[in-house]
Design a protein around this ligand. Sequence first.
Ligand SMILES: Nc1ncnc2c1ncn2[C@@H]1O[C@H](COP(=O)(O)OP(=O)(O)OP(=O)(O)O)[C@@H](O)[C@H]1O
Length: 331
Amino acid sequence: MTDARPIAADEPGPGCRKRDPILVAKNVTRLFGGVNAVDVEYLEIPRHQITALIGPNGAGKTTLFNLLTGFDIPQTGEWSFEGHSLAGVASYKVARMGMVRTFQLTKVMGKLTVIENMRLGATEQSGENLFKALFKKIWGPREQEITEQAEDLLVKFKLDAKRDDYAASLSGGQRKLLEMARALMVRPKLVMLDEPMAGVNPALTQSLLEHVKNLKAEGMTVLFVEHDMHMVRHIADWVVVMAEGRIVAEGPPGVVMKDPAVIDAYLGAHHDVDLGDAEGVEALAEELAQDAESVVGTDDEGVLRSHISEHDSSRDESREADQDPNRKDQA
Ligand SMILES: Nc1ncnc2c1ncn2[C@@H]1O[C@H](COP(=O)(O)OP(=O)(O)OP(=O)(O)O)[C@@H](O)[C@H]1O
């Protein structure tokens, strides 16, 4: 499904109107103590497109995901999906309406098998009961249909060979795939992925990218949070940038990632660096390390280090996760 028409209905920029929005948020705020974690004046997510939500650590991306999907409650604001208001709607009902999400740390159930996790996806998100979900005799006629749908998805995500393995035995990357596959059990219209690449072994990176692109090819809308700028540049049609709770930039990836205000939000200083170019960012780090006035290489280096090391550390983490399949925080 290729649509070459512009995504924005007016000039691209923070809060700009889209030609065909699927999700609209207005004045959504969330305070933690004195910290304004989210302060989004206006945001529209374009239908049938892949939108990346980026921003430095602590910008409010995950909190915004939590608010929009009913996992947290804002102090103010209204937001709607397909024209239906979602304020006060429970997370499982949001999923039933066709808006699903995955988590930074996967929430697959380690002590259930892969197929049980999938079947649970159909019920958990539709508000049915866990007991019924696991005991098919009681569950009745829909069981067969759900199992077939789950098995089709497992084949698509190349997890069919793991069908009867405990989810705890999967690698970090496979758990990400399982979580994504499980989210699709409700046949969603909007899929929200929180850091799909974090903790994923490089061997699975390409496969994950393809799966995200396939979601769009199958008619779904994707909104994902990601620190991996290569992924953003590679697959996003539209990029929204958050910093300190606000939307500070929006536009096509090629434009946004060269925007000095965006680079400033990440690096804390104006530099002529393209955030989609890891070599450029690394070269900048080296240049700054030689500079006596620079904080790079000290405890105060802040966002630059987090941006550069994000990718490396997530890879290290994934290697660990892949070597230690029973790691608790992934289960
Ligand atoms: N439950 C909470 N209690 C208190 N403060 C919170 C809570 N959740 C988030 N925050 C704060 O809200 C701000 C936004 O956090 P959030 O996790 O949404 O950022 P993020 O952009 O997703 O960051 P990252 O990229 O590191 O995941 C941060 O200052 C964070 O410390």
